[in-house]
Design a protein around this ligand. Structure first.
Ligand code: HEC
Length: 132
């Protein structure tokens, strides 16, 4: 009996530790630096990404406003967010962002985000896409 309780306690402690790993992602500290480094050069009001899509990633409000066709961030659902799908290689390669394929529709070239950066942006969306 004592052993069983010990095992249960151990599992519970492990569970709490795993929960603790799901930390709150911050827009200002975690997400925006990635966008400033990898997106804003094309997605600001005087660059090609903005000209083609109407999408500026310069600040929180413009990220949430989306493209000329509408929002690309659906709070709490990275799987429904175009912004996530294009960075996570879940769309046609031509529109992967930043553009890095031979046949990319965009003229410029970028470097794909790292898995960790993609995960950070996905987690930020899944945690509500807050201005935090
Ligand atoms: C080299 C320039 C460039 C860079 C860097 C870039 N983009 Fe783009 N982006 C474009 C262009 C050009 C388009 C319009 C593509 C098209 O013809 O649909 C676009 C379109 C988009 C769209 C709209 C897609 C759609 O079909 O609605 C999203 C979302 C997007 N980019 C997100 C990003 C994100 C996030 C980053 C940074 C991780 C990024 N882009 C980096 C050039 C760029």
């Amino acid at each position: 009996m004592a052993t069983a309780n010990f095992v249960k306690f151990g599992l519970f402690a492990l569970f709490l530790t795993l929960l603790g790993c799901e930390r709150q992602v911050s827009f200002a500290d975690d997400v925006q630096p990635i966008m400033l480094a990898s997106c804003v050069e094309c997605h600001n009001e005087s660059a090609e990404g903005y000209a083609a899509s109407g999408f500026s990633l310069s600040d929180y409000d413009s990220v949430m406003k989306g493209t000329k066709f509408g929002p690309v961030v659906v709070a709490n659902s990275s799987a429904s967010s175009t912004l996530y799908l294009v960075i996570a290689h879940k769309t046609a390669p031509e529109i992967h962002m930043p553009p890095h394929h031979e046949d990319a529709w965009a003229e410029g070239r970028g470097t794909p985000l790292t898995d960790k950066q993609i995960e950070t942006i996905g987690a930020w969306i899944d945690q509500g896409a807050l201005n935090n």
